[in-house]
Ligand binder design. Structure first.
Ligand SMILES: Cc1cc2nc3c(=O)[nH]c(=O)nc-3n(C[C@H](O)[C@H](O)[C@H](O)COP(=O)(O)OP(=O)(O)OC[C@H]3O[C@@H](n4cnc5c(N)ncnc54)[C@H](O)[C@@H]3O)c2cc1C
Length: 412
């Protein structure tokens, strides 16, 4: 109720940007930031890249300096889990049974890795990657193996995290096998651009198994030794990394009776353009939030860094009544070997009728690819071409079809 604190729940980028925006916008009421993790909010992209390879300091992953919270009078509660939210009573409950009233709350609870369900899933040497502790554990296996020049890393899943871990492990000199379910890696990119990454990894020595169905992990003395596939293939492994997607942490919201988005629309917690949930004093941002997109005329739930950054800030402003409706286009990036990629927009590659128009060179991996439907650009992806995302956005937001020659000549 008025006078009670604003409570931000989450230990990722969305939470950090929200508290920063609240204080930046002049909110001088009590502000409590709660995270289950034992440290202040941090960013996850380095965990599959330089940090995993031992090339980046831990201090660099944190969004805000250690003393920022105290300097801005934010009550940061680490290792604290919110287990209950009562929107009508304006109250959160913590795992130790204590509670806290709030005037407004922001849920930025992020995602959790999907778990394998096959026999052998609990063997030692089977890793997931979400937290900095996960990254430390995995690095603790990969880095010594790389020094000894031994060991085969098997990555289950050919999505972004799987492919980035595969690239990092190869860069460390390890043997790497990727087991992917689809006909090509990175299914969200569609066949043409997914294959660009398939070829890249194969050139770097990664063995790719396509349409692989994992049926069991084999082991000895409690340690994983291999992976059995449905086609009777056995792949030996000293380390297994599982990257088969994530699910949004909406348990709190569901139990609180807040409206969730339908599975067909991407799931997650339904919010409006001000990132308000079905209860006006509870906002949501980042991986969990399903936000209406005026441009695509549908809700979008984006599990990427930039959405957490933009929506966290937006939610902070909206909690103060200082935001316009959210209208940013989705954006994400990936780094694998020497190939850097940026992507803007949204396309559902499962829905037929789109084509890919490429400008630049696929052989040199220096290109911008456009996803085009009925002449209109739905999304654009730049590979090793930099500082063109504003131009890509201009084409996506164009009033009508964009001439093909303009797209083909985009990279001069
Ligand atoms: C290894 C890795 C690499 C990635 N690389 C890229 C990349 O290259 N490009 C890109 O665009 N995106 C990347 N991402 C995705 C990006 O990191 C996520 O989209 C982003 O972290 C989402 O931020 P968030 O704040 O919504 O949630 P999260 O970062 O998931 O944070 C949620 C936090 O909330 C806490 N929490 C959950 N429930 C509770 C509760 N009940 N009480 C208290 N605390 C709670 C969690 O412990 C966690 O600290 C990567 C993700 C991973 C894991």
């Amino acid at each position: 109720m008025p006078g009670d604190p604003f409570v931000v729940v989450g230990g990722g980028l969305a939470a950090a940007r929200a508290v920063e925006a609240l204080r930046g916008e002049g909110f001088d009421g009590d502000l409590v930031a709660v995270t289950s993790e034992p440290h202040r909010p941090y960013e996850r992209p380095p965990l599959s890249k330089a940090y995993l390879r031992g090339q980046e300091d831990r201090e660099n992953i944190f969004t805000l300096d250690e003393d920022w919270y105290a300097r801005h009078d934010v009550d940061l509660r680490t290792s604290t889990t919110v287990v209950g939210l009562d929107p009508a009573a304006h109250r959160v409950t913590f795992a130790d049974g204590s509670g806290l009233p709030y005037a407004k709350a922001l849920l930025a609870t992020g995602s959790a890795p999907r778990a394998l369900t096959v026999p052998g899933r609990d063997l030692g040497g089977v890793h997931y990657l979400r937290t900095v502790e996960d990254a430390d554990r995995l690095a603790g296996t990969l880095l010594p193996a790389s020094l000894e020049g031994s060991g085969q890393v098997v990555v289950i899943g050919d999505g972004w995290i799987g492919m980035e871990v595969a690239a990092s492990a190869r860069e460390l000199g390890l043997d790497v096998v990727v087991l992917g379910r689809g006909a090509h890696p990175l299914g969200v990119l569609g066949p043409e651009l997914g294959e660009l990454y398939g070829t890249l990894h194969q050139e770097r020595g990664v063995r790719m198994h396509r349409q692989a169905e994992v049926v069991r992990l084999t082991g000895g003395n409690g340690q994983v030794t291999g992976v059995d596939l449905a086609d009777a293939t056995h792949v030996e492994a000293t380390v297994v990394v599982v990257g088969i997607g994530v699910t949004p942490n909406v348990g709190l919201a569901r139990a609180a009776g807040l409206e969730l988005r339908a599975h067909e629309l991407g799931g997650g917690l339904a919010v409006d353009g001000y990132l308000r949930t079905s209860h006006p004093d509870v906002h949501a941002a980042g991986d969990i939030a399903s936000v209406p997109s005026p441009h695509y005329e549908r809700p979008l739930r984006i599990e990427h860094w930039a959405a957490a950054l933009d929506q966290g800030k937006h939610a902070g402003l909206a909690m103060l009544g200082a935001a316009e409706p959210y209208d940013l286009l989705p954006y994400f990036f990936s780094d694998q070997y020497d190939v850097g990629m940026e992507y803007k927009g949204y396309v559902d590659v499962r829905s037929p009728g789109y084509e890919v128009v490429v400008s630049g060179s696929a052989t040199d991996r220096e290109l911008v690819a456009f996803y085009v439907r009925d002449g209109r650009v739905e999304a654009g992806m730049a590979v090793n071409v930099w500082e063109r995302m504003d131009d890509v956005e201009r084409l996506i937001r164009a009033d009508g079809p964009v001439p093909r020659e303009e797209l083909e000549g985009f990279v001069g």
